[in-house]
Write a protein that binds this ligand. Sequence first.
Ligand SMILES: NC(=O)c1ccc[n+]([C@@H]2O[C@H](COP(=O)([O-])OP(=O)(O)OC[C@H]3O[C@@H](n4cnc5c(N)ncnc54)[C@H](O)[C@@H]3O)[C@@H](O)[C@H]2O)c1
Length: 329
Amino acid sequence: MKVLVIGGAGYIGSHTTYELIRAGHEVVVLDNLSTGRMGAIHADARFFWGDIRRKSDITKVLLAEEKTRPVDVVMHFAAKLVVPESVLKPLEYYENNVEGVRTMLEAMVDCGVKNIVFSSTAAVYGEPDNPLCSEDDPTAPINPYGETKIASEQLIKWVAAAHGMNYCILRYFNVAGADQSLRIGLDKDQLTHLIPLIMQSALGMREKLSIFGSDYPTSDGTCIRDYIHVTDLAQAHVSGAQHILDTGDSLLLNLGSGKGFSVKEVVDAALELFDFNYEFAPRRAGDPAKLIANSNRAREILGWEPKLSLTDMIKSDYAYRKQLQQDTD
Ligand SMILES: NC(=O)c1ccc[n+]([C@@H]2O[C@H](COP(=O)([O-])OP(=O)(O)OC[C@H]3O[C@@H](n4cnc5c(N)ncnc54)[C@H](O)[C@@H]3O)[C@@H](O)[C@H]2O)c1
């Protein structure tokens, strides 16, 4: 298939591009490089600089590609995703995330592209009563970021129904790790994810790690989350895209391992490999005690199974970050 990856210079978009190319697919990337990096774009992908909020940037690419072979699937990764920032700048988040999706859908309708894969998030579940989240559970985001994802999901569903399109909406849980090549990984100015923060502490780039909250109703008092390796996640995008293309069905799927690890368990797993300091800090607002994915639907429909472990995530993130540090020395 030929895939337009919007946001393919970012963390998950670049890993998905690598997996698409490894599986023999053709990839075109559109990105405004606001948080992405040129160096993360696979050498075999064609790159167009553009902004998803400008329809002509998208139609230009779709029409240019049509001359050789039309784009079969659009994958959307081009969102802003820093939760505290979304609370301070809701207008920017709605504009980029929701208006961006609306413009992209309009361009797809204009150019007759029928298949969309969309990155959504566990943040749509908010603070659920049942910590093992299934796709049909109620959604109740507690921040503007999560709201923009639900609004985008709804918009995609309505547009798909009105224009005969197929969608694959993927709700990710906690994504971590780096590609086996170590050419790409999580490389951002604003790091908020636990595993990279641990690695920065292990590499001496931060004094110590803060664990937010030690009085949650869990076995060791710290929050429990579901971690998924970015390569497993990327492979689910390849399978999801192929599935909607082949069957004409639409899908809404959680992507997680189905296993929960407490923050302390992740810290302990990393401490077995590296030395670093940590401290307990007060709880952060809006962190539910426990959030785990029920990913049975993805397993049943796509035959997808996460293959990489928490240790793989920790080791690959460390190796990637160490390499980045050496490159800048
Ligand atoms: N990283 C996670 O842990 C996580 C978890 C759940 C969901 N998600 C979702 O996955 C997607 C990708 O996340 P990521 O971690 O790779 O983020 P990222 O910031 O690394 O990548 C986003 C990419 O989109 C580009 N982009 C942003 N706005 C754009 C615009 N207006 N026009 C064109 N390009 C634009 C950026 O330059 C960047 O390359 C997002 O939609 C996010 O909501 C991520």
